[in-house]
Design a protein around this ligand. Structure first.
Ligand code: 4AD
Ligand code: MG
Length: 482
């Protein structure tokens, strides 16, 4: 018999039909009620067995985590919590959930609430929980919606390299890629490692950003975007940093900073709206989950809005747009700064903003997403366009409540002489980026783009609070299991 997925069954199959379902046992109550989940939806399907008619040995094998194939009649359910249930006619065990209790070996996912920290340690099994099922279905929907957003606007998806020889952000946070033997590398006459002998004949690393290559494509194809993994060896063990994360980087020819802000704001709103429309069941579950968590918090630490209210709020309200200079003025006058509550005090114009400052602006001062523009050139990357004041650049960062920076971007320096000067000041050798400079030599054009951190977006959409819980297998300092 053809299998029906539970999601389809709940939406489209009428009572009285004989169906086959396959999935994993979440709970088995009173030797009678099997709660089955097949991953197609957050909802479990209740399957009712008549234990008197069932083989006792078979009955014993229906344990949490076991995989079953069930055939039976779909019927209206009299019990609470579900409209329909399956009256089991035939039950086959596809995979026992074996555990040798005598040796202390138990299936780690018992039908009770587990902490997220514990589930991170068993990331190979956490897909099987309601929370992670919801998170990863939403992650898929957001991936699809991201491509749809750009495709519908005439953008072309470009696959930029994962192994590169350049450091696009100039922050030196790169993972080296090499085939040389670390114990016995070939040496030059000066006793240094001879990378000419390495696989690529030079030093290479995992990319920190696809931007520079995306710019090359944008200056021919007009509107492009990348959506790929990026790698940063920054040793920040925070709830917002991963060593391997996914980034979306659009790049648009003939666009200035305002166009860039408009695109990024539309991009974020579209994705949140898409989630509200297409992930309603999973969001309802995560909303309730977050509300339950809030109950354990002190009153003053509880958020003013629920997850669903926050999502709705972002879709409906324009983001605040202010310059870095204005932000510094607000922060200098702010209560936490005067009362020396910031870990990093604001030390005048030029101070690099920390996440505590960003969150003050977003969560306390404006109470909505904020776009900060025109940062001092000295705290930003070499490729950003210099303003006429000679000291700020056409940068933009989008800050979100509970997250901090979610997007970083800029209008690019398209003037060859300015770009060269900036690279000299920052000691970036021209010969390494000759290909990048060529676009400024041959038919340069104003252009702009940004990078959207996919996991940061997912934090916002799912209401999860640690970036390790929105990527299947997180890579962080001292942790690369699974
Ligand atoms: O601000 P960033 O470093 O910008 C760039 O890489 C530019 N090349 C983007 C561009 O203009 N095309 O990173 C962009 C975004 C951040 O705003 C943040 O959302 C995310 O990437 N991000 C991280 N997410 C998780 N873990 C990390 N370690 C991250 N570092 C940056
Ligand atoms: Mg940034």
């Amino acid at each position: 018999m053809v299998r029906t997925e539970i999601n389809t069954l709940l939406q489209r199959v009428s009572v009285g039909t004989r169906v086959n379902v396959k999935g994993w046992v979440r709970t088995f109550r009173s030797n009678r009620f099997i709660s089955l989940n097949d991953g197609s939806t957050i909802h479990n399907l209740q399957c009712v067995v008549d234990f008197e008619k069932m083989d006792e040995e078979l009955l014993k094998r229906i344990t949490t985590g076991a995989c079953l194939s069930i055939t039976g009649i779909l019927a209206e359910s009299l019990g609470k919590g579900q409209k329909v249930e399956v009256l089991v006619e035939n039950l086959e065990i596809l995979g026992d959930s074996e555990a040798d209790v005598s040796k202390g070996d138990v299936y780690p996912l018992q039908p009770k609430a587990h902490s997220l920290e514990f589930l991170r340690e068993i990331a190979h099994l956490r897909f099987r929980t309601n929370t992670f099922g919801a998170v990863f279905r939403i992650r898929h929907a957001m991936t699809y919606a991201m491509h749809k957003f750009f495709h519908d606007r005439g953008f072309f998806n470009i696959h930029t390299p994962i192994i590169t020889a350049s450091d696009a952000e100039g922050a030196g946070e790169m993972f080296r890629v090499t085939t040389l033997d670390p114990k016995n590398p070939p040496l030059t006459e000066n006793g240094e490692v001879d990378f000419r002998e390495d696989f690529f004949g030079r030093q290479t690393n995992l990319t920190v950003s696809g931007q520079l290559e995306a710019e090359l494509a944008a200056l021919a194809l007009g509107k492009v975007y990348t959506f790929g993994p990026t790698f940063r060896a920054e040793n920040s063990n925070t709830a917002r940093h991963l060593a391997e994360f996914w980034m979306i980087e659009p790049e648009v020819a003939f666009a200035d900073l305002n166009d860039n802000m408009d695109l990024a704001e539309a991009n974020l709103k579209y994705l949140v709206q898409y989630a509200l429309e297409h992930c309603a069941d999973d969001l309802a579950f995560l909303n309730q989950r977050a509300l339950d968590e809030e109950k354990n918090k002190k009153k003053e630490e509880r958020s003013e809005m629920s997850l669903l209210e926050r999502l709705q709020f972002v879709v409906e309200n324009p983001f605040e747009r202010i310059t870095y200079t204005e932000a510094i003025e607000i922060l200098e006058k702010s209560k936490p700064n005067k009362e020396k509550k910031f870990q990093y005090p604001i030390q005048g114009w030029g101070t690099d903003l920390q996440s505590e400052h960003e969150r003050y602006l977003v969560e306390k001062h404006f109470k909505k997403p904020v776009i900060l523009t025109d940062y001092p050139k000295d705290i930003k990357a070499f490729y950003m366009r210099l303003n006429d004041d000679g000291k700020t650049v056409r940068a933009m960062d989008i800050l979100f409540p509970g997250i901090g920076e979610i997007v970083g971007g800029s209008q690019r320096e398209e003037r060859l002489d300015y770009l060269r000067k900036r690279m000299q000041e920052m000691h970036i050798p021209e010969q390494e980026l000759y290909w990048y400079l060529d676009t400024r030599k041959f038919g340069t054009a104003p252009h702009a783009g940004y990078g959207l951190g996919f996991e940061r977006l997912l934090l916002f959409v799912t209401g999860m609070t640690n970036v390790r819980d929105v990527i299947p297998f997180p890579r962080t300092p001292k942790s690369a299991d699974f």
